[in-house]
Design a protein around this ligand. Sequence first.
Ligand SMILES: *Cc1c(COP(=O)(O)O)cnc(C)c1O
Length: 437
Amino acid sequence: MNVSNSLRTNNTRSAEIMARARGRFPGGVNSPVRAFRGVGGEPFVAARGKGAFVWDADGNEYIDYILSWGPLVLGHAPQVVLDALAKVMQDGTSFGMPTEREVDLADMIAARMPHLEMVRFTSSGTEAAMSIARLARAITKREYILKFEGCYHGHADAFLVRAGSGVATLGLPDSPGVPEALAKLTLTCAYNDLEAVEKIAREVPLAAIMLEPIVGNGGYIEPTAEFIPGLRRIADETGALLVFDEVMTGFRIAYGGAAERFGVTPDLTALGKVIGGGLPVAAYGGKREFMEHIAPTGPVYQAGTLSGNPLAMAGGLATLGALTREVHDGITAQTANLVQGMRDIAARHGVPFTASHSGSMWGFFFRDGVVRTFEDAKLSDVSLFKRFFHAARRRGVSLAPSAFEAAFMSSAHGPAEIAETLNRLDDALGAALAERD
Ligand SMILES: *Cc1c(COP(=O)(O)O)cnc(C)c1O
């Protein structure tokens, strides 16, 4: 197809909706990254999605790699999820009582992540991560938490310290309103810096060492081969709990998540995004002996009116049910094709570029060499990213509106969508480079 014919220029309706939204929501949005502050310009007002595609309020079509920031591993509005939701909602959407679907979804998760012997469902990843901090502190009777620069664990007070993309894009080192006394209990060091972790863990009594096993919220950053096994050893030697925040990586970087991918078992795990298949579901879990500290078996209080509601559970069950190992491997192969294609395009244009993926989670930076820390990520060419982002969007490819966010792939993205994406990105990169002066 002739790419220039598909340039998206009309955005009247989106602009009208955003003008109304700005009167009602801070920045016109209900979550900051949606406001496009990281790239400038008018945000995308989504109207409809199907499979690999999303349409904005003006009817422009995009091949989508945001995928609701990770949850939509089967693409937009997959029939299995629609059918499951249509069926379950006839019987009521929430009871505030135990239901069978909760047990079914917990079983399905444990079948892939056996170390999640027990879980507690919540409605957001923020709640799951926040509750893990409370639980880890109660179990260890310690107060300090170690996290890594560029890792995001939701917006609870304890974690709004060097918290990656949203915050980094906005240029806030942390957030006003977070009590200093509380922020002091959160220590940070550079991702992949085992020496720093070792030093801190020997000096400070840590309740938990918490990380994204692959960082997606500071751009896509992989751990070194030594990093995660090293954290396990340090946690064991110093009495800290090792916590994987798999809200983003869970059921994306491997069929069984980070424990399968890296061969290291964490003490506690946070999940979210994919396990709700686009509905509000998250969870935290681990060994029975740890989880039984949670009320009502234990004294650590945590609750939720809508936690585990049948509608949300049905979204998760249908999604994980369809995400067999074979389907996961298929999405992984398409992701590898896209990433390799992008490397080839960048090489042809002579642009410094690095891209990588694990399973269906991927990312790229406009710089040479491996990115191991958030500082490395920030040395990428953000100005080129912005121009590339807008050029891609005008050509109908929807990328995350930040140089510091991972991208995703779904089972609905087939070879034709990947080939078309690469065509458009090739043209977009040429245009972005031409704009340089
Ligand atoms: C998205 C995300 C969260 C927060 O989840 P919400 O559902 O947005 O509250 C926490 N941790 C990680 C790693 C995430 O990617």
